[in-house]
Ligand binder design. Structure first.
Ligand SMILES: [Zn+2]
Length: 126
């Protein structure tokens, strides 16, 4: 799949961030860089980048999709105070997929977990 110039700019921005951005955050940041781009174009490019395997995305109940430069299966923590998303460094629990397959008789491809709460101030200052 061909990535457009705008797609490349969006991808570069995600790579240079801490790794987790919403489409709205990308819009704000690109406007700061004086790039003329609309939210529909951003969504279209994010979708293309995700489909082509450049980025990961996680659905958050409040923020919608979060676009993530970390493409491996991993878990997240959502700090309600700062509204920031962090990667949680614990092993992906494949056994959960097997348990759900046993229950449903279906094929689980992956799962995602977002822990929510308040981080302590020490972590927030990282
Ligand atoms: Zn992540």
């Amino acid at each position: 799949m061909k990535i457009t110039k705008q797609g490349q700019q969006i991808y570069d921005l995600i790579l240079s961030s801490d790794g987790h951005m919403t489409a709205e955050e990308i819009l704000i940041e690109l406007k700061h860089q004086n790039l003329k781009i609309g939210i529909a174009t951003i969504y279209r490019n994010l979708n293309a980048l995700f489909t082509a395997g450049y980025i990961n995305r996680v659905r958050h109940p409040e923020l919608g999709y979060i676009y993530d430069k970390n493409k491996s299966d991993h878990y997240h923590f959502y700090d309600k105070k700062t509204k920031k998303i962090y990667d949680i460094d614990i092993e992906y629990q494949e056994k959960l997929d097997r348990i759900v397959e046993k229950i449903t008789g279906g094929k689980v491809e992956s799962h995602s977990i977002i822990f929510e709460g308040i981080l302590n101030d020490k972590k927030n200052n990282d």
